[in-house]
Design a protein around this ligand. Sequence first.
Ligand code: SER
Length: 694
Amino acid sequence: MTSAELRQSFLEFFRAKGHTIVPSSSLLPESPGLLFTNAGMNQFVPIFLNEVPCPYIPPRAADTQKCIRAGGKHNDLEDVGLDTYHHTFFEMLGNWSFGDYFKQEAIAWAWELVVGRWNFPPARLYATVYQPGPGDPAEFDQEARNAWAALFSAAGLDPDVHIVGGNKKDNFWMMGETGPCGPCSELHVDLTPHGDTRGTLVNAGDSRCIEIWNLVFIQFNANPDGSFRPLPARHVDTGMGFERACSIIQCTKNFTDFSGTISNYETDVFAPIFRKLETLSGQTYTSTLPRHGLLGLTERERKDVAFRVIADHIRTLSLSIADGILPGNDGRNYVLRRILRRAILWSRALDLREPFFFQLAAVLADTMGDTFPELRQQLPTIERVLKAEEENFNRTLDKGIELFNQFLLSSHNPASTQPQIVPGPIAFKLYDTYGFPLDMTELMARERGLSVDIEGFDTLMREQQDRSRAAQKKEIIGVSETDDSIPTATFVGYDQTDALIQVATYKIDFGAKPDNPVLARLYFSPTPFYAEMGGQLGDTGYLEFAGRRIEIIDTRKAGRGIAHLTPDVDLLDAIEFPVRAVINPVRRARIEAHHSATHLLHWALREVLGPTVGQKGSYVGPDRLRFDFSHLEALKPDQLARVESLINQQIAASFSVTWSERPYAEVKGDPSILQFFGDKYGETVRVVEIGDFS
Ligand code: SER
């Protein structure tokens, strides 16, 4: 079978068993705790948790899912290139039951497909079942064991040999620290020439016996406090390593020859990437594997590691960019940049110096574009982003390598038997000046049997962060949200510009520097003053009593209270209640107009550029507005013109703005109401509508 045939065969098999074939979800996960989509089940979490009803009839689904495991709970980055079967990006074939069939069918169908249809020799198969240790959740998975035992026995094999117990680490699957989870049963394949290891290599980190399919029986939700809550229904979540299944079938020529290398890289998934890389570099891939990890690589081995790393990483980068996740400075974006820089570092082993990586993306669009059409649609963007990243890093990479080599030369002491350590300041300079991610410096060090002073690096990093934070510090220091003495404030400024107050408390801020103005924070409730939030500036105005005024120059949130800032500290003791609190209505009206205009701009950007335009920040003041957003490239003049014209049309139409307060539970997930993943909403939300379009 070609890889395309294998994928199709899997999906057809489950279609015939009543499963709806669904598209892969994006690599950008819905779950805020995940860096990347890391399993086929991610997109189904709300169904497992009973938050949304299952849309499939019968309640079964199957797909091939794009996954990245390079950070967080599941991270395979360090192994990539050094072995035959770990990847940062891979496809996971999966089938799901949502409160429908359970262990019996899941196991029987796995056997039917793998043994009955694809002809895996049963004598080479091993099934693991959950066997908890002390303190682990749930009990021994007797039901799964019985199901496997019946199948192995019927094939004339001893269940005691072919079924292996596994602890929580290997046989209790969790997508992260929290979320749906449960005991699992994995299918492993013995790839040794004679297939006679009798289960001794299962879960031993040995590439001659690898897991191909994980059958998870989802029964619990893991809570943040470490406890496990049983779910109302029981579900099945399976995941098969697509590239692994391909490699076993293709490299053994349909299980007839186990004498050669069985490697994911020796399949039609990777061959076209290697061919292109050979053309670009003038080098040949020869399939050697390092004998001792990174240490003491021969020149030949180093080149082959480079081939594998680059071929793996181009898939991760291209598919991420196609889903709108770009290399960048923090979070998942920095993970991508790190991976890309690793690929470029390894490219030096193939004597590649000019940007080349971006040219591999077209190979993927060709070979994977039928399954993941976004690769074709986004190809120009992928190429442009990769090329720019390469050009950028190429400017400093060689200088950084030189610095590293100088350090090696200057510190080399043949008489010393101490293991050498790359000092923190060197690692930090490589990071800060030359853009070397720390894990890349560690990789270079490990290759030479060295380690890196991570603590020293961290200290320098912290010092730098403190310096930049100090430089940004606002003059007025925020109030701790946990300060219980601050009274809770009710905001009445949606329809009032002033309010009468009977009581107020205040705190005085003494400036950090002697020449700072001394300010006081006044707390009272109700208040018509809007506190700075979501980019919108706080209100200004005054408090009036007995013919005197206290000026309010800014308003800030302070926990559940609202702090009104005043420089008129001397007047505070003279206050006589009741006091009238009045905002500056002209300034507020201008801010409100800019706030509405911000929404018009966001709406128009989505109309012109698509729904992936994400808000990244904003400034809404009396003088102007600024709206930061993410998009793959700069706007073209005609797009800009369309955005302008759409906004101006809506302003000319002079729609009214209406609003209502609704329970969040009622509007959550409603596609007609813009709401942003990762934003925090309270129990009651204010839903604002401009005309009927925003
Ligand atoms: N969620 C399980 C895994 O990722 C099975 O799909 O291994």
